[in-house]
Design a protein around this ligand. Sequence first.
Ligand code: FE
Length: 175
Amino acid sequence: MPVQEHDDDPRMPYQLPFPKEAQEEIVVADAIAQDERIWVPQTENVSFRPLCLNRSQGYWMNLLRVRKSGVLSRHRHPQPVHGFVLKGRWHYLEHDWIAQEGGYVYEPPGETHTLVVPDDVEEMITYFQVNGVMLYVDPWGKTMGYEDVFTKIDMCRKHYEEVGLGADYVEQFIR
Ligand code: FE
């Protein structure tokens, strides 16, 4: 059997309805948002913009933006992370490689790291898929706090309320 049988009409759209229970797609035109209100601040130099907050599978896709000399605190990932660098450059204190613009990074379960943006980079933006939970830890692994898709949703709601977009603004990113 061939990998794919001959298709008489490759440009004919799929003719059946999608599954009744399927969720709606998310289409974000301005993902690297120009509207500053869409960026949710985490610390002074770190913010994120949500793209898909997947509460049903427990992961989130977001753009992480770190400005000059920012640090994303030391944390452990029990689940994998995928990252694609859209702008700038960063590294982890725990590794000797550098993530550069256009580069892809896979972080396996069990990683504990501290993300640092060097002084000569004005701004870095990376597209991250984070699964499950990130545990903020001290240098010896003691848990100091955590983030998951639910804390992300809460942060978005609170911020969007404050900046006048309304708490409901986050709903479009939740699946
Ligand atoms: Fe991480």
